[in-house]
Ligand binder design. Structure first.
Ligand code: NIG
Ligand code: FE
Length: 418
């Protein structure tokens, strides 16, 4: 089966020679082809180019050909979303009101709200119910243009419930067309019963949870919320050491609430990404410049919690790459809408439309370890793309921040009804 998307007004983010990520000044440019076609063979991008260069012999003999006319429309690679917690139970809009009244994220957490509240809700529902609730969110983000997503555990906080979450993520991997990567985040919060002795909980993570997660091959990556009031650098060090020994590369929550040392400890363990990073200074930028670690900003969480913004402009100007993720979760970012994240990143971080598109596609793919196969329009990559409605330019996407501009979603070369 082949799919030919023809008469594309502009095919965006094309790569003749695919890169794994783009950094610094290169982030401000994007290659596009106007009046273009895109040819998909089963799940794979076979060819693309100018309409007038379309080689009809490539489609002549195929038994099944679907032609889509994209006149007036743009085609882009699907978003990759390299940091979410979209497997969760229920919702926490009660805390939303508390926040508006003036309580901080940390104050809410201290009262047993926040992550512990989600852990309670998750404990009370079955694996089946958790799967059903999460599937609704997966379908929601597919309809918003996401083609790959990283999903974390971390609302279990007991061995049994962490495994329950990771099994749900595994089922989502098997049953949906999204590319999914899973991350074990047992170190998301200290459960109430360990508040007096947090190191005992760290021991449980290291001695019981990590070996079980590894034995069942339930996680690709390991994460720790390394921040003030959560896990210390020393605890993070121990957990990452155990995770790496069990085959899980780190991707960590760092410097969201304070300058926690999280970036340095992430880089020490060759983390794939360090995420949030609101509190980032010269020293951290220098550390990142000497690493393979992707700095990942979460503009939705900074917006929702009204926090300082990570110095993404400065990072790019210093030569770093930057990726964007939604952080989709019930407490700090109840949205997985990557187009909206682009708009937040443009306005609040002063990034250009080209930079945010790179940050949400190829760099985001890198931050979840899939950029060989996803994140751009390149021959041989997986055909996860979307066709926009009729719009004037690609800059219009982050600009028209409240509009749904998606017309058709294709994942693995197949049209997904959204
Ligand atoms: O990425 N920072 C830690 N974890 C999530 C929030 C989770 C929650 O509040 O439920 C985050 O913001
Ligand atoms: Fe997060």
């Amino acid at each position: 089966m082949k799919v030919l998307i023809k008469n594309i007004k502009e095919l965006v983010q094309v790569e003749e020679e695919p890169k794994l990520a783009v950094k610094g000044k290169d982030m401000a440019s994007i290659d596009t082809i106007t009046d273009a076609y895109l040819l998909i063979d089963n799940e794979i991008i076979e060819d693309f180019g100018k309409m007038k260069a379309l080689d009809f012999s490539k489609i002549k003999d195929c038994d099944q050909l679907l032609e889509l006319d994209a006149g007036g429309k743009l085609v882009l690679p699907s978003y990759c979303d390299p940091h979410t917690h979209l497997v969760f139970a229920g919702s926490r809009e009660i805390e939303y009101s508390d926040k508006i009244r003036g309580l901080s994220y940390e104050e809410i957490a201290k009262r047993g709200g926040g992550i512990l509240n989600s852990a309670k809700l998750l404990n009370n529902i079955s694996e089946e119910e958790l799967y059903e609730q999460s599937l609704v969110r997966v379908n929601e983000i597919i309809s918003q243009g996401t083609g790959a997503v990283e999903i974390k555990s971390g609302y279990g906080l007991t061995t049994e419930n962490e495994i329950k979450m990771l099994r749900v993520i595994k089922r989502l991997k098997q049953n949906t067309p999204l590319k999914i990567r899973s991350t074990f985040l047992g170190a998301h919060a200290i459960p109430m019963e360990y508040k007096q002795n947090p190191d005992k909980y760290v021991d449980l993570i290291i001695n019981e949870m990590i070996p079980l997660v590894a034995a069942e091959k339930l996680a690709d990556y390991i994460d720790v919320f390394c921040d003030k009031g959560f896990f210390t650098v020393e605890q993070t060090d121990r957990i990452l050491d155990a995770g790496v020994k069990n085959g899980m590369r780190p991707k960590i929550h760092a410097n969201e609430l304070a300058k926690s040392g999280g970036i340095q400890i992430g880089v020490k363990y060759n983390a794939l990404s360090v995420d949030h990073i609101e509190y980032t200074e010269e020293e951290e930028i220098k550390t990142l410049l000497q690493s393979q670690t992707m700095p990942t900003i979460l503009p939705g969480a900074a917006f929702f919690l009204n926090m300082p913004h990570a110095p993404a402009r400065k990072m790019i100007d210093s030569g770093l790459p930057v990726a964007i993720a939604s952080d989709y979760n019930p407490g700090s970012s109840p949205s997985g809408n990557m187009k909206l994240m682009m708009s937040f990143a443009c306005v609040n971080y002063r990034l250009l439309p080209e930079e945010v598109i790179n940050a949400c596609t190829i760099n985001a793919a890198y931050a979840m370890g899939v950029s060989r196969k996803l994140g751009s329009i390149a021959k041989g990559k997986t055909a996860n793309v979307y066709i926009t409605k009729e719009i004037p330019t690609y800059q219009f996407l982050p600009y028209a921040y409240g509009s749904n501009l998606i017309d058709t979603v294709l994942l693995r070369g197949k049209i997904i009804k959204v």
